[in-house]
Write a protein that binds this ligand. Sequence first.
Ligand code: SF4
Length: 59
Amino acid sequence: MNDKANKCIECTVTQCKNHCESVNYCSLEAIKVGTHEANPTVDQCTDCMSFECKPGQCN
Ligand code: SF4
């Protein structure tokens, strides 16, 4: 459980270790956003590079 919600970073990825479980915010001070596309055109092209899978959530 991580209660240090950063109100500047809204996030709904509850599978991430850095997510504040009780509220939809990230607990990190800052995150890095990137892309897996050569020419990103829509939001689905972007990724949170600070994502870390929550223990028990990943194989
Ligand atoms: S690290 Fe990224 S995916 Fe994880 S809670 Fe923070 S903003 Fe969401």
